[in-house]
Design a protein around this ligand. Structure first.
Ligand SMILES: [Zn+2]
Ligand SMILES: [Zn+2]
Length: 200
């Protein structure tokens, strides 16, 4: 994964299962539950049966996840190269308001959201921005890119009376747009709670 002209370009990454080795230890399914066990004793049987058993190894063979290719295509859920996050511009927006329900419980639309009991209020903008920059090593592409893979203009740090939330801010023809809670994927009760507390 790389960022070219502000847009994420997806590539391939090592297969999770074989770590790029193309081969992996193959296992027989558990005779009691029909699923492959990856723990010792068998995770399927250990809690419910006395005859928990170890791995049922067949031997090393072609990795079934990547079919022996060793890589898989990246998605927007994969992490950006570390230098992308570190190279973002971080801007602190001071807001004197309560944390919203979304910020407290969901974090929808946020890279992350935190309650610090006012600690960030006593920090300078520079110190807070530097803490957010170094607090994370990287970010999943989807959290700081729009649907077209375009990287955010900058990362906004929005303070409230009990903490702050970290969100991408996008440059559009109509000006800067802050990513807020995405209500479309939420259930009715949760959506109502987010809306009642002011959305963001
Ligand atoms: Zn594999
Ligand atoms: Zn078992």
């Amino acid at each position: 994964m790389e960022v070219l002209n502000g847009v994420v370009v997806l590539g391939d990454r090592a297969c999770f299962r074989c770590q790029g080795n193309k081969e992996t230890m193959l296992r027989k399914p558990c005779p009691n539950y029909g699923k492959v066990t990856n723990r010792r004793p068998c995770a399927h049987c250990a809690s419910t049966r006395k005859d928990g058993h170890a791995y049922l190894d067949i031997g090393v063979g072609t990795c079934p996840d990547c079919k022996g290719v060793g890589t898989r295509p990246e998605t927007m859920s994969d992490y950006l190269p570390v230098e992308v996050w570190a190279g973002m511009r971080f801007v602190v927006y001071r807001e004197n308001r309560a944390a919203t329900w979304n910020e407290q419980y969901l974090g929808s639309g946020c890279v992350y959201s935190t309650v610090d009991y006012g600690r960030s209020r006593d920090m300078t903008d520079e110190a807070l921005a530097e803490e957010v920059r170094t607090n994370k090593q990287s970010a999943q592409a989807s959290t700081i890119c729009d649907r077209d893979g375009r990287l955010a203009d900058h990362i906004g740090i929005f303070t409230n009376r009990s903490g702050f939330s970290v969100r991408p801010v996008f440059a559009t023809p109509d000006g800067l747009v802050i990513r807020t809670a995405n209500l479309s994927g939420l259930g009715g009760g949760v959506r109502a709670a987010v809306e009642a507390s002011g959305g963001i």
